[in-house]
Write a protein that binds this ligand. Sequence first.
Ligand code: BJW
Length: 251
Amino acid sequence: MDDPALGHPLDPAVDRARALIDAARQIFVLTGAGISAESGVPTFRDALTGLWARFDPEELATESAYRRQPTLVWQWYEHRRALVAATQPNPAHHALVQLAARKPVTLVTQNVDGLHQRAGSEHVVELHGNLFASKWLDGCGRCDTVDPVPGEPPHCALCGAMMRPGVVWFGEDLPRVARYRAEYAAEHCDLCLVVGTSGMVYPAAALPGVAKDHGAQVIVVNPQPSVLDQTADIVLAGAAGEILPRLWPQA
Ligand code: BJW
């Protein structure tokens, strides 16, 4: 156990991060699944608890997987929607609301869980879509009638097209406006705060490097080492819900 008289080992790094945040004029925040871990939403790649510890992502998170096994994939998303609906934003989500009240911030998330918005963050840039959205796969252009059966993808009553989750699967382009806003934010910030992402999935993983190349300082918050540590000026090796509320005053 840490001796309180000696302080916490992360204190000096937290102090340096606080100073950078205090001085920043434009902050770009990039979040990943780790920020929602303390809300009880599983991450993707954590070895024992991640969503893909038991499933091959290629089996579930691609359009071809959906075409092959629509019921299985749809039910996986129904399960995740129910799981996320039963969670609440945690102190890390709330802290980012406070940050935006103090500084110009662009909040870009890879998460599809909507927890930033439920905490009160506005204008959130969702790079990978949203778990609670759906869209047509091969629709006829007039699809608007669905006849849902629990556990099955809804079908268009006119042409039979299936709905699919409104998320971005591997091999698919990111939503154009979201990608543009994220790249603009990375290019025009003076501080980039990266929270809870493994940095394995592109193009999101390239954004901290874009910010760095444009002169920004980079802070990474993650209890585990990640490939983005090499881009970081400061690595805060702790849980987002514990670290973020220490980085700026909370109302
Ligand atoms: C904590 C914590 C706590 C735990 N506090 N932290 C360039 C090079 C190589 C490949 C490519 C490339 N460009 C494109 C690609 C292909 C592909 C890709 O990146 N593949 C890689 C796997 C190699 N990218 C794409 O296909 C993208 N599309 C695209 O680029 O189109 C054009 C194109 C296509 C093909 C070729 C070339 C160009 C689309 C990517 C879509 C990603 N979709 C998913 C699924 C969304 C739907 C769903 O939810 O089902 O998005 S994949 C999944 O990973 C999800 C996440 O948003 C994304 C990122 O994961 P994230 O958030 O980083 O989570 P984890 O689990 O990986 O990490 C959690 C972290 O939290 C860990 O580090 C923990 O330590 C930490 N943590 N507790 C703080 N309390």
